[in-house]
Design a protein around this ligand. Structure first.
Ligand code: ZN
Ligand code: ZN
Length: 363
């Protein structure tokens, strides 16, 4: 991973926007820019270089992982160490002061107040745009191959669970099978709480596995792993018991909507029109009002990251973006269906990462 290229690109961006330095505290951003995988660290990018702050617990790990920034092991929190560092730097007589950009989305009000109180007077704190998140939207070849691996491990999990997705077994039983298999396959962990939602619970778009027994009807299974820091995300919906004609029709409509949205993914197209492509199919089937969330989201070091693939969003797709395509239908108290895959935008279209079957499965 080329951290120095990422740091240089970011430095150009913040200088262009009139900042003199940038303080990165959001850990996925810290990891992206420095390679540090621990749970406490702050990165400061200044015009004359880059400094990484952490505490004694991460002394060895930081020296091993952080190659393109100076490492400072502080006695206090990483944030306090960073503030003290600005205090030790002599203010150049020419400059009127230093404008430090912070990540407004990730600092609490209290953290910002503490930071300001620790910083010397010549440093003024301003909220910077989400520059690192914008850079992270475009995955490089290394990242795409890591994501591909994560998707590959994630994709195999449902097979392990299928024998547990049976009438009378509990949702957590099926989730446990998947999570055990994920760890066995080398995953760092799950990328979110496994969703196994059966019967009426399938109408909850985020119905994480419960102690409830699997009942007749759709079973929404939404799951993913973290491998080498990168997340996977996939949903398959199966049917427990004997399927009605209506159930097949509904499943077919969701699948058609998903395929239409995937078909719409190519460079230069807005994410909003990908969302639109899914909605159009559901509208034609008279089902659009039951599609109550957005069509997808970016995935990478975080399970939900930019861009948001939602109605009216103007962001244009570019090669290297990795997004989910996951239309769903939910009738409260009755049933829900969702089908989700991750795709990578290529030069001329997109590639479904590790495609697996999506035909209607009755168990
Ligand atoms: Zn998902
Ligand atoms: Zn998702």
């Amino acid at each position: 991973v080329n951290n120095s290229a990422r740091l240089q690109a970011l430095q150009q961006e913040f200088l262009r926007l009139g900042f003199d330095a940038l303080l990165i505290a959001h850990l996925p951003n810290v990891r992206y820019l420095s390679g540090f995988t621990g749970s406490s660290g702050v990165l400061v990018l200044a015009t004359d270089g880059c400094v990484f702050f952490t505490d004694g617990r991460y002394k060895e790990q930081a020296r091993e992982e952080v190659k393109d920034a100076k490492v400072v092991i502080g006695q206090r929190s990483a944030m306090a160490s960073a503030a003290e560092w600005f205090g030790r730097r002599r203010k150049s007589s020419k400059s009127k002061g230093l404008k430090l950009g912070i990540e407004g989305e990730h600092l609490t009000v209290a953290e910002r107040r503490r930071l300001v109180s620790l910083l010397p007077k010549y440093v003024s704190v301003r909220e910077a745009p989400a520059l690192t998140e914008r850079a992270r939207m475009i995955k490089d070849a290394d990242e795409i191959s890591l994501i591909r691996e994560a998707v590959h491990v994630g994709a195999g999990l449902l097979d392990h669970a299928l024998e547990s997705i049976r009438l009378g077994k509990t949702e957590t039983e099926a989730a446990a099978r998947m999570e055990f298999a994920a760890r066995e396959a080398g995953a760092d962990g799950m990328s979110f709480e496994t969703i196994i939602a059966s019967g009426r619970r399938s109408a909850l778009p985020h119905g994480r596995a419960s102690g409830k027994a699997i009942t007749h009807g759709f079973v929404v299974c939404d799951f993913g792993v973290i491998l080498h820091g990168y997340c996977s995300d996939r949903t398959r919906t199966v049917y427990a018991g004997s399927a009605t004609k209506d159930a097949r029709r509904i499943y077919g409509a969701v699948l058609e909507a998903q395929l239409a949205a995937i078909d719409a993914v190519r460079p230069g197209v807005s994410v909003g029109s990908v969302d639109q492509a899914a909605r159009k199919v559901l509208r034609r089937n008279g089902l659009a009002k039951y599609f109550t969330h957005s069509t997808g989201h970016g995935v990478g070091l975080e399970i939900h990251e930019a861009p948001r693939v939602a109605k009216g969003q103007p962001e244009l797709l570019r090669p290297g973006m990795v997004i989910t395509v996951e239309p769903g239908l939910y009738v409260p108290g009755r049933w829900g269906v969702r089908i989700e895959d991750m795709v990578v935008v290529t030069e001329h279209g997109c590639e479904v990462l590790d495609p697996t079957r999506k035909e209607f499965i009755v168990i």
